[in-house]
Every structure is written in C-alpha cells, then in structure tokens.
Design a protein around this ligand. Sequence first.
Ligand code: THU
Length: 162
Amino acid sequence: MEQINLNTKIVVCNYDELNDTEKKLINTAKEACGRAYAIYSNFRVGCAILLDNNEIISGNNQENVAFPSGICAERTTLFYANSRYPDQKPLMMAIAAFTNDNFTELSITPCGACRQVILEAENRYKSPVRILLYGKKKIYIIESIKNLLPLSFDESQLNPSV
Ligand code: THU
C-alpha cells in the first residue's frame, strides 16, 4: 500500500501587505457585497475579477426562493466576465463576504461548484487565476484554484487520447 499526500500552498497576509492592484480588487469585491441579492441567507458575497485588459468586473450572489436556482458571487462574476470579454483571460479574483453587519473576520472559500468553474477558466485561458480571499483578520492568497481542487476531473480524463 502507498499513501499520497497532497500539498496546498496558501499565503496568509494582511491588507497592508498587498499592492495597489490587489487592494483595489479587494475593495471592489467588498463594494459588490452591498449590491448582493441575499434576502434568504443575509450572507452577502462580493467578487471582483481583474482581466488581462486591466478591466475589473464585479458581481455578487443572487438568491432565489427556490434555493438551488440562486448562484454564488464567484460564478455570477466569472460567467459575466467570460460572456462580456471572451478574449480576456481572468488574471486575479477577490472574494469578500458581509454578514451580521460586518465583513467576515476570516475569509470564506469558494464552494465546490465555483471551484470547478474557476478551474474551467484556468484551462480555457491556459493561465492560473490568482485568488485573494478577504477576511478582516487575514487574507488568504492562492496562486491557482488547483490548490483548492486537487485531483480534479479534466479534459485529459474525458478524452485520454488528447
Ligand atoms: N455564497 C457565495 O456567493 N459564494 C461562496 O463562496 C459561498 C456561498 C453564497 C451562496 C448563498 O447565496 C449564500 O452565500 C449563503 O450560502
């Protein structure tokens, strides 16, 4: 028998250690929380994506009384960015969450469905998406969604001859 140990690299820092672009992306994600439609959970999530053309796209979670019909902030934003600018690869993404009258102390992490969608973007544009997860206490930086989605299903498994 053998064991496989997977290694996940996450950089932990605080806001003051970020550069201006990273700060701007986080502030845009925080602003987007304010426009979320989250009347069922009161958990407002904002996302901001920096594209290769320097444009920043932002979005948030959109809930529905039929719960599965809602969508997370990450997918709202990435799908919009891809539909509006299909030729622009997403370089970096920031995520923030606001609940109980405040931004969360610790960062939230994308759900499984969002991880899969971010992975699709990385594969589509052949480029990693850097992810900044905002928390008031700590910010997590992840260089690629592959760190959060090890052993992911990809095209090589769908079509082994490619
Ligand atoms: N949510 C997001 O938008 N992104 C995440 O990463 C986690 C959860 C949303 C979905 C739902 O509207 C609310 O937060 C509570 O789960």
